[in-house]
Design a protein around this ligand. Structure first.
Ligand SMILES: [Zn+2]
Ligand SMILES: [Zn+2]
Ligand SMILES: [Zn+2]
Length: 349
């Protein structure tokens, strides 16, 4: 009977995922393709604006947009790869490549920021007059709006589908949009005050801002590659566990999560009554896996090590009519962050 439940449960969760999955992955692919295409157009506009105005700040902005195109191209490739199903060579799937993508994006942003410093300093030494400033401002404004809207769109799709490659590309474009806004302010100041050194000062400030954001994006992807505990994912899991716990699952501990893009691999210890037959224990493990898989919004693989209960567990064990109970039940222990993460049964505080 219980085994049959597992079968039905498995089928349901599979069906649900087949509907959910191709959609979210297709949308990621479309969003990043759009980013690449618009990135090329914006790059051309920015270089045109530089040739028009001769402004150092616009040149740095334009060179940085070369980075956008390269980063979006790699993000497109990595989202394409990460959408591939598991295979023999990659038994955990291909999702990790998204962390490389966002890491590369962060690194390229940092490099672009560093490279901006050179022409900025150079512009203090040799002043070439800025020309056609009005047209320059208009062109930069156009790229600012497109980058802002596109960046916001990529971040919202990235959040919904938990794609770090998309989120990194979106944040990158938002940063670019902010720097374009600063650029416009600077060009206006140059126009009103006639002081062209403002252009160089602004380029320097932009460079620092861009480097700071590159470091933030890089930091996030390193934490993904290092399998650092992802608090948001863990919070979701903890909620799923607490809302669906069953009395025969005496406790869950030593839970670890690895992220593969949006998909996760979970392993944990599950304490079960020691007298269960291997078949019954296997059924409980199956029910537990299925419960997590059907509640988590993306693909999950759960791997469980089962622990036999010991008398110290009895006071919080909810199994009714337990034939071997050694101590009275004194109350449920809530599955807290600490208890779930530590490598000990829940009688250890
Ligand atoms: Zn254990
Ligand atoms: Zn099995
Ligand atoms: Zn017991």
């Amino acid at each position: 009977m219980a085994a049959k439940l597992v079968e039905i449960g498995k089928f349901d969760s599979l069906k649900q995922k087949v509907i959910l999955e191709p959609n979210s992955k297709n949308i990621n692919q479309k969003a990043i393709t759009l980013s690449l295409a618009l990135g090329v157009v914006l790059m051309l506009i920015k270089f045109f604006a530089y040739f028009l105005t001769n402004s150092t700040a616009i040149l740095t902005d334009a060179s940085e947009s070369v980075v956008n195109v390269a980063a979006a191209a790699f993000a497109l490739y990595s989202i394409y790869i990460s959408n591939r199903p598991k295979d023999r060579n990659h038994p955990y799937g291909h999702g990790k490549i998204e962390f490389f993508s966002s890491g590369l994006e962060g690194t390229m942003i940092i490099l672009a920021g560093l490279l901006m410093i050179i022409p900025a300093v150079y512009s203090f030494l040799e002043k070439s007059p800025i020309t056609e400033i009005n047209n320059g401002i208009w062109l930069v404004l156009i790229t600012m709006f497109i980058n802002g809207i596109l960046g916001y769109y990529l971040i919202s799709v990235g959040n919904r589908n938990d794609s770090i490659a998309l989120k990194a590309d979106g944040k990158h474009l938002l940063v670019d949009s902010f720097s374009s806004a600063a650029l416009v302010v600077g060009l206006l100041l140059v126009k009103w005050t006639g002081q062209s050194y403002i252009d160089g000062v602004l380029a320097l400030i932009l460079a620092v801002f861009i480097i700071y954001n590159g470091v933030k994006i890089l930091r996030k992807s390193v934490s993904g590659l290092m399998d650092e505990l992802d608090e948001d994912t863990f919070k979701t899991l903890l909620e799923i566990l607490n809302n669906n716990r069953k009395e025969s699952w005496i406790d869950v501990h030593n839970l670890r999560v690895q992220k593969y893009g949006a998909d996760i691999h979970v392993d944990c210890h599950l304490t079960l009554p020691y007298y269960l037959s291997l078949e019954d224990a296997h059924t409980q493990v199956g029910l537990f896996e299925d419960m997590v898989e059907s509640n988590y919004p993306f693909e999950v693989e759960v791997f469980i090590h089962s622990d036999p209960c010991i008398p110290e567990c009895c006071h919080y064990c909810q199994v009714k009519n337990c034939p071997v109970r050694k101590e009275e039940f004194t109350g449920i222990k809530k599955w807290t962050r600490n208890r779930i993460l530590s490598n000990a049964k829940h009688f250890v505080e």
